[in-house]
Write a protein that binds this ligand. Sequence first.
Ligand code: ATP
Ligand code: MG
Length: 431
Amino acid sequence: MAITGIKGFNDILPGDVEKWQYIEFTARKVFESYGFSEIRIPIMEKTELFARSIGDATDIVEKEMYSFVDKGENRVTLRPEGTASVMRAFIEHKLYALDAVTKLYYMGPMFRYERPQKGRYRQFHQIGAEVTGVNDPMVDAQVLTMLCHFFAELGLTEPRLEINSLGCPECRPAYRQALKDFLRSRLDLLCDDCKRRFETNPLRALDCKATGCKEATYGAPSVLDNLCTGCEDHFSTTKHYLDIAGANYSINSRMVRGLDYYTRTTFELVTGLLGSQSAVAAGGRYDGLISELGGPSMPGIGFAMGVERVALLLSEKDFSRRPDLFIAALGGAARDTAFKIMGELQVMGFGVEIDYEGKSLKSQLRRADKFNSRFSLVIGEDEISRGIAQLKDMDAGTQAEIMLDSRDIAVRLDSQLVNHRQTKWNLPPRP
Ligand code: ATP
Ligand code: MG
């Protein structure tokens, strides 16, 4: 019997991968215009990095990590998220020594042992970004506007931005206590998970989907009513800058992120289109994380989006790649010319296809149909002897005589294929 892949670990096949490339390309383009540089971090880290940063009482560390002991008896974990690794690298390489304000982005696979379903996998992919060294709420708004810009650039109207503030070590303990006092008499309504983490992580009950938890937390004190002055100012200034940028957002005081390191601004980009996998991107401020990991005391903020979920939102669009030109050739001399012209055009950057084993013209044209190329060129013995051929524009249905010379063909193709976006991803041109 043939060996299959591991449950929850997916192949991304041609036909789908073009969408992924488009998402990654758009992320690079947008993030780099905001001054972010890419960082590539390893897929595996010491287990203690995640235990210390994400927090022992979180779902991720409690039950979702792929941890094992390697042959050298080291306790290692396949990374469940990127922020901890980026901050570990930031500290290890003293990136802060060059400039405390560092803007980094990353993309790649993450691993969590979860129940696989649509939009939830065991190997999934994130694109994330982090900014260090800035306390000013302008940067909170900047990170959020960049994220909204990214989704707009993809042509998506979903997801929607929701923001909250989780306070800081100064005001959160009192809020936690107030929430615990409120929930104590309603404990039996809570689901088993929320009951279990009532002492360690009571805030989780606020965004738990279980009916009992919703009922128990009805009328619970809001974190936003319990912020200290510093956190309140920070939150209102963040909103002020979001308003200046014209961002659409709503406030969700029940949003609690599943990682312990968040402070102050937290946010999610949510959609109603993916069932219970409603979060497409999420993040927040982590002002204590860098020092917690042994680095200097400096703030940070960042987010991660799930690429599978972004791809699902883009699913109705056709991303199949189209070659620029298909060349059909009949006879030995024509095949030689076709092969030469094809190679020269490919070097110039055009996408060119041929039927490598093409015998009859009919079978070659069938293949041309399948490729759905933008242009086609048929070369037979007559064309070879005259040194010219008909270049057919498949979309317009027109054709024009052209010299059998790659430079002449290139000029003609270039003047038509003005929009790279259109040809590379088969998308409508940007208005
Ligand atoms: P969820 O509430 O759906 O479990 P999360 O809060 O665990 O999400 P984060 O840790 O904040 O998610 O990760 C950021 C993003 O990564 C999520 O918004 C989601 O798009 C994506 N993501 C998280 N876990 C998975 C997974 N198992 N499969 C696919 N995407 C995921
Ligand atoms: Mg999760």
